[in-house]
Design a protein around this ligand. Structure first.
Ligand code: ADP
Length: 497
């Protein structure tokens, strides 16, 4: 009998379900967007019930589209927006408040107070993260402190919390399982990434009762079964990981040094570092990649660029020089080079390795001959230069030169951007056939656990190249261009200081 694996991909703006067959080809999919809730400037929430309902509806739709009966589903894997946190009441199974989303900055003051050396060192050492409202811990503390009766209910053991994976598992199993995998746990700021356990000192620091927390499980392993009512039969849930870690797995970056970069609204670069949690000198994040059943925890280094595809959207919406994002390619290709124009796309400050929240985006080096095409091309180059800076920092931290980079995400569809990236990095860029890498990674994690694939080696043959981009510049040209870029970044930082 053929095997099919359902991946639930719960993202920030939509819930999606994709069914893969045993050759990891997409059999069917369904997607549903849901509302973003902005109660105040800087606050972002999701209705956790809506997250569950849209996720369930897309899974049911995908199963129907694939014309499968649930008995033919061998397993389910879950991947999800990370850090976003839900608190619910065990007595009713209902959330006590909307989920607080990773983008939410309401706890900025709280986290500022933890940027002093002793807290900073504790957080860095135990969690591999940096004090920032982005992670779950301060959001969870906020819910306990601001929702009426929450603290007392938590103390009495009535409340449960978790990231979106936990919430979905809880609902899928009708409350039978309350758990999270190591990769999601590592984004909460309450998890010791070395011991693989919740950390009492951090729980004390954020005043979170341990009784609220989910059990921590493997990213690949039998976790539980769905309630029979949902899909007509009980289906094993056997894999879960946060979206970026799942993408790293989906790209089959399974050996230390293998790296993927996702070009979405922003960029997320993750490098596999094996059993070794590499601490960064450039303030990159150290995070858990995954843990396969019976195997040691695997780690990754993570660096992000806040604005990547969003800079292309700015060309469309802010400047109006293109009508759609893909049009950037025709416009930028209409000139041979950017004729000395440089765009530093620091629309939301500069992340790793600069960490300058005050930096502002800039266009430098224009002449009377500059056209929209030069600006479009320089914008693509600016994205590629930022990615190069993160990659350089990773290479330094890992003390090894990377030989290749696997790419995915919406803007990785741009052949021009990928060629520019290869030229700036001087390494080979590989774009896979399936770019839904988070969903694919979740499917792989689940399928491995139930024997759809015997081991990781068997998966290696599944990685199918769509296209390779090879550097077409000399090392000297590359160095010259990078030096020029560094000059531009220095100017931008000085301007905003
Ligand atoms: P996210 O998951 O962050 O919403 P996606 O992976 O869907 O993002 O990628 C969307 C981004 O990709 C947009 O910011 C858009 O500007 C960019 N994009 C989409 N298609 C193309 C294309 N053909 N060429 C260049 N950029 C593109």
């Amino acid at each position: 009998m053929k095997s099919f694996v359902l991946a639930m991909d719960q993202g920030t703006t939509s819930s999606r379900s994709i069914i893969f067959d045993e050759r990891s080809a997409v059999v069917a999919s369904a997607q549903q967007e849901f509302a973003q809730i902005y109660p105040q400037p800087g606050w972002v929430e999701h209705d956790a019930e809506v997250i569950w309902q849209t996720q369930l509806a897309t899974a049911q739709k995908a199963i129907a589209r694939a014309q499968l009966s649930s008995v033919q589903l061998t397993a389910i894997g879950i991947t999800n927006q990370r850090e976003t946190v839900v608190v619910w009441d065990r007595r009713t199974g209902k959330p006590i408040h909307n989920a607080i989303v990773w983008q939410d900055r309401r706890t900025a003051d709280h986290m500022d107070r933890l940027k002093t050396p002793p807290y900073l060192a504790l957080i860095r050492e135990r969690t591999g993260l940096l004090p920032d409202p982005y992670f779950s811990a301060s959001k969870l503390a906020w819910l306990l402190d601001h929702i009426e009766g929450a603290r007392a209910a938590a103390k009495a053991g009535h409340l449960a919390c978790g990231t979106i994976d936990s919430w979905l598992i809880y609902r899928l199993t009708e409350g039978a399982r309350h758990c999270t995998d190591v990769s999601n746990a590592s984004r909460t700021m309450l998890f010791n990434i070395r011991t693989g356990m919740w950390d009492d000192e951090l729980l004390g620091l954020f005043n979170i009762p341990r009784s609220m927390l989910p059990d921590v499980v493997d990213s690949s392993g039998l976790i539980g079964h769905t309630a029979a009512t949902l899909f007509g039969a009980k289906v094993p849930i056997a894999g879960m990981a946060g979206d970026q870690q799942a993408a790293l797995f989906g790209q089959l970056c399974l050996k230390p040094g293998q790296t993927k970069n996702t070009y979405g609204t922003g960029c997320f670069m993750l490098a596999q570092t094996g059993e070794n949690p590499v601490m960064s000198e450039a303030d990159l994040l150290t995070t858990v990649a995954w843990r396969l059943a019976g195997q040691p925890m695997q780690y990754a280094l993570e660096g992000s660029v806040f604005v990547a595809g969003a800079a292309i959207q700015w060309l469309r919406d802010g400047l109006g020089i293109i009508a759609s994002a893909p049009e950037v390619n025709q416009l930028a290709q209409s000139v041979d080079d950017s004729a000395g124009v440089m765009v530093v796309p620091a629309f939301a400050g500069l992340g790793a390795p600069h960490w300058d929240p005050h930096a502002r985006a800039s266009i430098l080096g224009m002449t009377r001959g500059t056209t929209s095409a030069h600006i479009a091309r320089a914008t693509l180059e600016g994205i590629a230069f930022r990615v190069a800076e993160v990659l350089e920092a990773m290479q330094r931290d890992m003390d090894r030169a990377l030989v290749g980079l696997r790419v995915d995400g919406g803007a990785a569809a741009s052949d021009l951007l990928m060629q520019i990236q290869a030229d700036i990095l001087g390494i080979e860029i590989e774009r896979p056939h399936v770019t839904e890498t988070s969903a694919l990674g979740a499917a792989y994690l689940a399928g491995l656990a139930v024997g759809v694939w015997p081991d990781c080696d068997a998966l290696a043959a599944h990685w199918k190249r769509d296209r390779t981009f090879n550097p077409a510049t000399t090392s000297a040209t590359r160095q010259k261009r990078l030096a020029r870029w560094r000059q531009a970044v220095a100017l931008v930082k000085e301007w905003s200081s």
